[in-house]
Design a protein around this ligand. Structure first.
Ligand SMILES: NC(=O)c1ccc[n+]([C@@H]2O[C@H](COP(=O)([O-])OP(=O)(O)OC[C@H]3O[C@@H](n4cnc5c(N)ncnc54)[C@H](O)[C@@H]3O)[C@@H](O)[C@H]2O)c1
Length: 307
């Protein structure tokens, strides 16, 4: 049995990672401020420490006390909008908080560190699919802080004997997702369809995104932690392009509805098409997504139907 320290374990992706670790028989310590996450997302078998990753002393004490075999760092200011309103806060959580986690790993001698990065580090890339080597031109403070955090993580890997991986997630969706993220459109559509409300699409709905199911993402995180061959930065995606119109059609089918969507103005600065290659992670860890979009949307819709 190994002990894994998970920051952000009360959040959307973190809670699925924690569930999966527990089902494998690992001991899990969740460290979370409950800013966007909720205590109800944390399974009772996990140990929970309520704390902020900007609290260097508490972070270091907590890691030293539990002597984990690995750290999975998912806690973050995780959204583009708030990063535009409060860039200093985004910077302090995403960069300083990451440095605190790395320092705690170094001081306690934790040799494995996996962190969540984001496709937002790339910005608007012309050549698709986006590869890890594609240009990095983030369009928001959020993308910039994620890129900065990645650089710290990689420098700690070079300086100290810590095996690190930064995983650039595409648009993650599934049960327990909050609405104001990029893939949050799925939650918004589910709730509107089930409540019989008008569905609103920004622009013509032809814009495409790469949606990856949260359980596949949780598996990628755990593979990255456990496979010796995984080091560096990796995309985690489904390598598929789905338009917002297609998404609505599939969700409508899952809900047994036939809505007439209302189209508004496109979002200013919205990227038209985006999808990422996951071949690098596939080669290093044998990971590939298992849940098709149709199946993932069906499971997500069922979750909202039962809520
Ligand atoms: N959801 C996506 O589509 C997506 C895409 C790319 C990257 N990511 C990244 O994946 C990670 C998890 O994202 P998520 O979608 O689960 O978001 P989330 O907001 O649900 O989870 C983040 C968790 O971190 C906690 N947290 C926030 N600030 C904290 C702080 N200062 N100290 C301690 N805990 C704090 C929150 O309470 C929450 O539980 C984040 O690093 C995010 O940037 C998510």
């Amino acid at each position: 049995m190994q002990t894994i320290f998970v920051t952000g374990g009360a959040g959307f992706i973190g809670s699925h990672v924690v569930e999966r670790l527990l089902s494998r028989g690992d001991r899990v310590v969740v460290y979370d401020s409950l800013t966007t996450g909720t205590a109800g997302n944390i399974p009772p078998e996990a140990l929970f420490i309520k704390g902020d990753i900007r609290d260097k002393e508490l972070v270091e004490q907590s890691v030293a006390r539990h002597q984990p075999d690995g750290i999975i760092h998912l806690a973050a200011q995780s959204k583009v909008g708030p990063s535009l309103e409060k860039p200093e806060e985004d910077l302090s959580i995403n960069i300083l908080g990451t440095v605190h986690m790395l320092e705690a790993a170094r001081k306690t001698g934790v040799s494995r560190f996996v962190s969540a990065s984001s496709a937002a580090v790339y910005g608007d890339v012309d050549r698709l699919p986006i590869m890890e080597v594609s240009p990095k031109e983030p369009l928001s403070p959020y993308g910039t802080s994620k890129l900065g955090a990645e650089q710290y993580i990689q420098s700690y890997a070079r300086l100290y004997s810590i095996r690190t991986a930064a995983l650039r997630f595409a648009n993650v969706y599934g049960p327990r997702q909050t609405v104001d993220t990029e893939a949050g459109v799925i939650t918004i559509f589910c709730e509107a369809l089930l409540a019989g409300r008008q569905v609103y699409i920004q622009g013509d709905g032809g814009q495409t995104r790469d949606f990856v199911y949260v359980k596949d993402v949780a598996e990628a995180v755990i593979e990255a932690l456990n496979k010796e061959t995984v080091r560096g930065v990796y995309n985690v995606s489904s390598e598929t392009q789905t338009s917002i119109n297609e998404l609505l059609q599939q969700l409508s089918r899952a809900a047994g509805k036939d809505p007439e969507p209302d189209h508004g103005d496109p979002r200013p600065g919205d990227i038209r098409h985006s999808f990422l290659s996951y071949q690098r992670l596939h080669e290093a860890a044998g990971w590939s997504p298992k849940v098709s979009l149709a199946e993932g949307l069906k499971r997500t819709m069922e979750y909202y139907q039962q809520k």
